[in-house]
Design a protein around this ligand. Structure first.
Ligand SMILES: [Zn+2]
Length: 60
């Protein structure tokens, strides 16, 4: 599987982070969408997902 074969330059790229600020990959405008598809969309900030997790913790 070609994870990220984009030839983006260091100047035009940035670090793709998940909702917790964890580094995932280096991306640019051209490859960001393709790289994001490699991951569960929820890790980029699904608010409902966060609320559910927090509620479960409080219940315990
Ligand atoms: Zn790129």
């Amino acid at each position: 599987m070609a994870f990220n074969d984009c030839m983006h330059s260091r100047e035009d790229s940035w670090e793709l982070l998940d909702v917790h600020g964890l580094y995932l990959a280096r991306v640019c405008d051209k490859c960001e969408a393709a790289v994001r598809k490699q991951y569960n969309p929820e890790i980029f900030g699904n608010i409902n997902y966060h609320v559910e997790a927090g509620e479960r913790l409080e219940e315990e």
